[in-house]
Design a protein around this ligand. Structure first.
Ligand code: ADP
Ligand code: MG
Length: 728
């Protein structure tokens, strides 16, 4: 009999012998392992410092001599911190991060040993990274891939390694990662938003996108998780009878944090502080063993890097404490899954949040401008935005019975909707002095007041305005935020560019004043983007019907959601905004589809293994015990055994029924997989996986979960829900 589960249950939990000291003032250790501005000031010459600063703020190139100086300074600092190696740290299309360490150690021609790190190693590397997915880019062009330093995200020391954030591109310059397109999108939105922000304040020279993510996750005991190949290989349970008690009593949400989880959070937050990740909030989430962590928001590229790094730190800290961290969007059936809300806004170098109203009518008109342009951008590109959060694992939330729906809509709240309704009535062309005064005092002027009590938050909305930012709620807990942030900032850049040219045209051709022109264009946008606004219950059937009537997309699975990526409008958008070429987009789509197939394929294989190697042997073992019991009864009581053993017989029949069904379904699923694998075109293959393989999973699970209920507890080899979801 498989004893692993019993042993795991008997094992004492690993508590940290010595958890890290949590200093009273976190600010004292914040960023200690980061080559930040303070360190640069101390370790760099004035020229080098200025050059790096210019590269960060204006994207200027750093010349070789300066790069040498920066590298030398980084090395000197890193060595004082005990670092022995350096790595270019990048984000290939696998969704996670990659690193390949090199020692500072080197030999001089005469054989003497030195520690070396020069500008050329800092600026560019050619890792032999040929096994990362490239969607064909590296077959058609040069096979080589390069990593190149991204000075906008500071280097940091992780373990004993100096990590240098980099982009990963092909020899011909195509992006092979998630960071390069994000940087281009951030550049595009900077340009477009700065031009518009200057209508309101001539001092604005740069606009940055800000991102505050909220990371949800599950913690489970590692020894127990290891009894389950599904958790180990697929990151989620593919079988498993729900525990009698799940989240029904709502007793986990914001509850007292369990001791082991608290230790985890404390250690995790300490590491985050050292690495300059400004984590601030922690709490229990709705499902048992589910938690959330959120930082103070940051510039989007840095925030994305920090989130990627965070997930890695979480794995490591969890490992030390005997915990497995589950980032999967739906690790357990029947209880809530996990997401990663992306709070997003735009902010000027003069310190203004462009999605926050201010104290003057001009500031409020500025707010309205950016707010309404966001509505318009999302309305035009809702399907593209949906595609940016599509994945096999996130399909279990979006489009399933989980928050939020696959239909993108925007929640603005009753009061703001009222303002938009009034603005819709603004006269065409020039405005009378009376109308202007009325707008100033009673519409625009009232906005700050209105937003103060804009409290009716709608948790079912996938894209909600929350007072001074938008919150994108459909992002998966595993997803690299670079993907939705690339799309959101690109569509915003496009929208703002269009807005600017329309306003300028009205000023020039119709001789309207600036604010008149702005009101005129905004009025049309409000009218045009009405269908994207929805404040009702996003989970209701009524909304599904209404959204269909409004012709909003409702792509409930990844193969369907990704279609739009290669639509002519999408190619034109990314191309003209300088974010991605057609080759890059096609490559990405192919990688996403391929990844989808592989994920479903792996899950299918794991289910097969679970059923044949775990479930069936457990059932047969238990059947044998019942049969033995029945033979014993027969021996002692003769023909009376049937009556006496009626319960056993009935259980045996039940076991046999579900066992038969299980085998039939597993074999049919395997056959369906074979058929899917034979399809060459990846889009068609993904569709087939989605439509003909995936549906078997639930059917198989049904029979297996019935068997779990029937089979004696000590026969069952896989850790059960009630055990996994109860941190000891
Ligand atoms: P909640 O929405 O849960 O009430 P907050 O409003 O404090 O909490 O913010 C939630 C998240 O939104 C945090 O991660 C926070 O850093 C982020 N956030 C706040 N303001 C902005 C902004 N201007 N841009 C981006 N993210 C922001
Ligand atoms: Mg939350």
């Amino acid at each position: 009999m498989n004893q692993q589960r019993m042993q795991a249950l008997a094992q004492k939990p690993t508590t940290a012998k010595e958890t890290t000291q949590d200093p009273a003032a976190r600010s004292e250790v914040f960023g200690k392992s980061v080559f930040n501005e303070d360190r640069m000031l101390r370790f760099l010459t004035e020229d080098a410092f200025k050059s790096v600063k210019a590269a960060i703020s204006a994207g200027t190139k750093i010349d070789r001599k300066i790069a040498d100086q920066v590298a030398e300074a980084m090395k000197a600092w890193a060595m004082t911190m005990g670092a022995t190696h350096y790595t270019h740290w990048f984000q290939p299309l696998t969704g996670s991060t990659a690193e390949k360490h090199d020692a500072f150690f080197d030999l001089l021609p005469d054989g003497r040993a030195i520690e070396k790190f020069g500008g050329s190693q800092l600026v560019q590397q050619e890792p032999d990274a040929s096994s990362f997915p490239s969607g064909g880019i590296r077959n058609t062009f040069e096979a080589r891939g390069y990593t190149a330093w991204d000075p906008t995200s500071p280097a940091f020391i992780y373990g004993k390694t100096l990590c240098i954030p980099t982009v990963f591109v092909s020899y011909t310059g195509e992006a092979l990662d998630n960071k390069a397109p994000l940087l281009r999108a951030l550049h595009a939105v900077d340009e477009a938003a700065t031009a518009v922000a200057r209508y309101f304040d001539k001092n604005v020279n740069k606009v940055i996108a800000t991102l505050g993510w909220e990371q949800e996750y599950f913690l489970v005991d590692k020894a127990l998780a290891r009894t389950r190949p599904d958790l180990v290989l697929a990151g989620r349970t593919l079988l498993g009878q729900a525990a009698a008690k799940g989240q029904q009593l709502d007793d986990h949400y914001f509850g007292v944090i369990p001791h082991r989880a608290f230790q985890f959070m404390k250690d995790l937050e300490h590491e985050c502080m050292l690495l300059g990740i400004p984590v601030k909030t922690r709490h229990n989430e709705v499902a048992p063993n589910q938690f959330e962590l959120a930082p103070v928001f940051e510039e989007a590229n840095l925030a994305v890097d920090h989130n990627q790094l965070l997930m890695d730190i979480m794995d490591k800290v969890g490992g030390r404490l005997g915990l497995m961290v589950l980032f999967h969007e739906k690790p357990f059936s029947g209880i809530n899954g996990s997401g990663k809300h992306n709070n997003w806004s735009l902010s000027t170098d003069t310190g203004t949040n462009l999605l926050s109203p201010g104290s003057t009518p001009m500031k409020n008109l500025q707010f309205l401008t950016f707010f309404i342009n966001t509505l318009k951008a999302v309305d035009t590109y809702e399907e593209l935005l949906r595609s940016s959060i599509a994945s096999a694992s996130n399909d279990h939330r979006l489009g399933a019975n989980e928050a939020p729906p696959a239909i993108i809509s925007i929640f603005v709240g009753k009061q703001l909707a009222g303002v938009l309704d009034e603005l819709e009535g603004v006269s065409k062309g020039k405005l009378s002095p009376e109308e202007k005064t009325e707008l100033k005092l009673n519409v625009v002027g009232k906005i700050p007041e209105i937003l103060m009590d804009n409290t009716d938050r709608n948790r079912t909305s996938p894209f909600a305005f929350t007072g001074n930012k938008f919150e994108m709620r459909g992002v998966g807990s595993k997803t690299n935020c670079a993907k939705p942030m690339t799309v959101l900032n690109t569509i915003m850049a496009r929208q703002l560019k269009e807005f600017k040219s329309e306003v300028d045209a009205l000023i020039e051709k119709k001789k309207l004043r600036k604010d008149e022109a702005i009101f005129n264009v905004l009025r049309e946008y409000i009218k045009a983007s009405k269908r994207i606004r929805f404040d009702g219950d996003g989970y209701s059937d009524a909304w599904q019907k209404e959204a269909a009537r409004r012709k909003l997309s409702n792509n409930t699975n990844t193969p369907a959601a990704l279609k739009v990526l290669t639509a002519p409008d999408t190619l034109e958008l990314f191309g003209s905004m300088g974010v991605m070429t057609e080759t890059e987009i096609r490559a990405r789509k192919e990688v996403e589809l391929e990844t989808y197939c592989l994920n479903v394929q792996i899950e299918g294989r794991v289910i097969g293994e679970l059923v044949y190697n775990y479930v069936i042997p457990a059932v047969v073992g238990y059947q044998n015990q019942l049969l033995q019991n029945l033979s014993g009864l027969k021996e002692v009581f003769g023909t009376g055994h049937k009556k006496m053993g009626a319960a056993q017989l009935s259980i045996l029949e039940n076991l046999s029924f579900h066992l038969q069904e299980l085998k039939v379904k597993i074999d049919a699923m395997t056959e369906a997989r074979k058929n899917a694998n034979a399809i060459g075109e990846v889009g068609e293959r993904a569709r087939t996986y989605c439509e003909s393989v995936l549906p078997f999973f639930e059917e198989i699970r049904y029979h297996s979960d019935r068997l779990e209920r029937l089979v004696g507890d000590d026969y069952w080899p896989l850790a059960k829900y009630r055990e996994l979801l109860n941190l000891k």
